[in-house]
Design a protein around this ligand. Structure first.
Ligand code: HEC
Ligand code: HEC
Length: 376
């Protein structure tokens, strides 16, 4: 941006020396340059990886090496929990593609949650965080688990700030990274560092990326290539798990009811349809979870909708779906093949597929090509 302004300034100094043509050209060029730098100055572009779009980083939280390292420490610190045993990495393990391999999360004191732990690899690309999209940024998301009674179980974020203020090593790091002294440290800096660390957990360049975007026909098997076709056509999968011309996040960042776990709401569905407020109803935690996107928007049409998740590294993140109810990718394929179970809230894009045995095997082979190099 400043480079643009200074070139503009210099150019106007020498204006009388350049020909009319060059003057016009320079002016248009410089105006364009300034416009573009204004447009892009609000975002820092991270390294681009094959198959991924550029990563947008918020203006007020630029990536720095020190901040990322601090974020990693905070992400792994078990002292930020009611029993000193739970950190973010308790549920998002680096060696399980940042999931925990369990149907539903197990938090503090062995308490079971109601939702499956999603991977946070490539979460930096989501337009909204959480399966129901209730947080809009990684910074905002990171505030949640600390005070969730069955996750880190803290009574308030102040506990974290106190731990940091009593740790000379943290004090040094916060000072170096954010230029803040002990009394100025707040939870906002903590979540900024964690979010910066999470923005390094990105992975592309899978066999599929080399096949499609790297134009290497030999990168995936013939069966997987047939599976890719089914994914886009007969299976209708890419309708929601989107693939664009130069990258693929396998999500459209929208929310759908695809019929998983929705039966849990059957006993109370009529009341919900009649407009009763779920806050006034005696729902179990599992039933409350099934409200999905409705919990955020309070719009009946959003009942049982969940965010389309990325499918990158999907072979590593079993079990599947928001309730962890499908153990294998084969079971996921069977779910879609069966199509609608006639619940009136199921999305119109979900219908019986009538896939043949070979087609199912191909689809599975395709999903197995979406695994990238491990991210740590
Ligand atoms: C007890 C297990 C547990 C702990 C501890 C935990 N998480 Fe999660 N995390 C989950 C579950 C379950 C979800 C999905 C919940 C939902 O969407 O309602 C989730 C969702 C997320 C998401 C959103 C991903 C997406 O697909 O939208 C991010 C990012 C995330 N966690 C980061 C963190 C961070 C950072 C911490 C530490 C501050 C943390 N988690 C601690 C279980 C956990
Ligand atoms: C109408 C949109 C839509 C279509 C079409 C669709 N999906 Fe999904 N997919 C979703 C949503 C939404 C979820 C999350 C649902 C949940 O958590 O309950 C999901 C979840 C998944 C998961 C589990 C992800 C995880 O991390 O747990 C896999 C695997 C998957 N879909 C594969 C496919 C395949 C293969 C097809 C085609 C046969 C397909 N999807 C078609 C929207 C769609």
């Amino acid at each position: 941006m400043w480079l643009g302004v200074s070139i503009f300034f210099l150019a106007s100094l020498f204006e009388w020396d350049v020909s009319v043509f060059w003057k016009g050209f320079m002016r248009i060029f410089l105006q364009l340059y300034i416009m573009m730098s204004l447009l892009f100055s609000s975002s820092v572009l991270a390294d681009k990886m094959l198959g991924l779009p550029p990563l947008l980083v918020p203006d007020d939280n630029p990536q720095t090496a020190g901040k990322i390292a601090l974020g990693r420490l905070l992400f792994n610190d078990k002292r930020f929990s009611a029993n000193d045993l739970v950190s973010c990495s308790s549920c998002h393990h680096a060696d399980k593609a940042f999931t925990d391999g369990l149907p539903v999360a197990i938090g503090i004191n062995g308490q079971a949650g109601v939702r499956n732990v999603p991977t946070i690899i490539n979460a930096a690309f989501y337009q909204a965080q959480f399966l129901d999209g209730r947080a809009s940024t990684l910074e905002e998301q990171a505030l949640g688990p600390f005070v969730n009674p069955i996750e880190h179980g803290l009574i308030s974020h102040q506990v974290i700030v106190d731990v940091i203020r009593n740790d000379p090593e943290y004090l040094k790091l916060f000072n170096k990274v954010f230029n803040v002294t002990i009394n100025a440290i707040t939870i906002d800096y903590v979540v900024k560092a964690i979010a910066s660390f999470e923005r390094t957990l990105i992975s592309g360049n899978s066999a599929f990326d080399r096949y499609l975007f790297g134009r290497d026909q030999s990168a995936i098997s013939v069966s997987a290539a047939r599976g890719f076709r089914i994914f886009r056509r007969k299976g209708n999968c890419a309708n929601c798990h989107e693939i664009s011309w130069d990258n693929a996040l396998f999500t459209d960042n929208r929310f759908y009811n695809i019929g998983v776990g929705f039966k849990r709401l059957t006993p109370v569905l009529e009341e919900l349809i009649a407009g009763k407020n779920p806050e006034d109803m005696a729902l179990t935690d599992a039933q409350r979870s099934e409200l999905g996107r409705f919990k955020v928007t309070k719009t009946l049409a959003d009942l049982g909708k969940f965010k389309t998740p990325t499918l990158r590294n999907i072979a590593l993140t079993a079990p599947y779906m928001h309730d962890g109810s499908l153990k294998t990718l084969e079971a996921v394929i069977e779910h879609y093949d069966k199509g609608s179970d006639n619940n009136r809230f199921i999305d119109a894009k979900i219908f019986p597929l009538n896939l043949m045995k070979q087609e199912k095997a191909d689809l599975l082979a395709f999903m197995q090509t979406l695994t990238s190099m491990p991210v740590k």
